[in-house]
Design a protein around this ligand. Structure first.
Ligand SMILES: [Zn+2]
Length: 133
């Protein structure tokens, strides 16, 4: 699923001219990363102020999804969640990974799901770290 998330963002970038212009812009790469996450979140109709924490001095972004797109259906159905012992939203983890991954100045990215609604947390929370080349 992680790979599928990455592929989804690749397709989005191929079809959204604004993303391509952003990638080509000659600006501070950290600002570029910030705009990419901002665009991703507003494109998904989420509120950037509530969803994204930027720690750009540490090359880090934290994303909060109290209504995670991946697990909401399982939770709505009230299924037995005891089978989930660790964060399990790997599709979304791939999506938020690749938002930084499309920026050409970004040489490496990590994406970790720190808390997950499937294991009883209030939100699925992802921490993304990146290194510039
Ligand atoms: Zn989750």
């Amino acid at each position: 699923m992680f790979r599928a998330g990455i592929d989804t963002i690749r397709v989005v970038v191929d079809h959204v001219p604004e993303f391509q212009s952003l990638i080509a812009m000659d600006i501070d790469p950290k600002e570029k990363v910030k705009f990419a996450y901002f665009g991703y979140v507003t494109g998904s109709k989420d509120d950037p102020d509530k969803t994204i924490e930027f720690h750009l001095d540490q090359n880090e972004i934290v994303m909060h999804f109290p209504e995670c797109n991946e697990c909401w259906e399982i939770i709505e159905e009230g299924k037995n969640l005891s089978g989930f012992t660790k964060p399990s939203c790997s599709y979304v983890r791939g999506l938020v990974y690749q938002v930084a991954g499309v920026i050409k100045e970004v040489k490496s990215v990590t994406s970790k799901e720190e808390t997950c609604r499937l294991t009883g947390a209030e939100e699925c929370r992802f921490r993304i770290t990146f290194e510039l080349g």
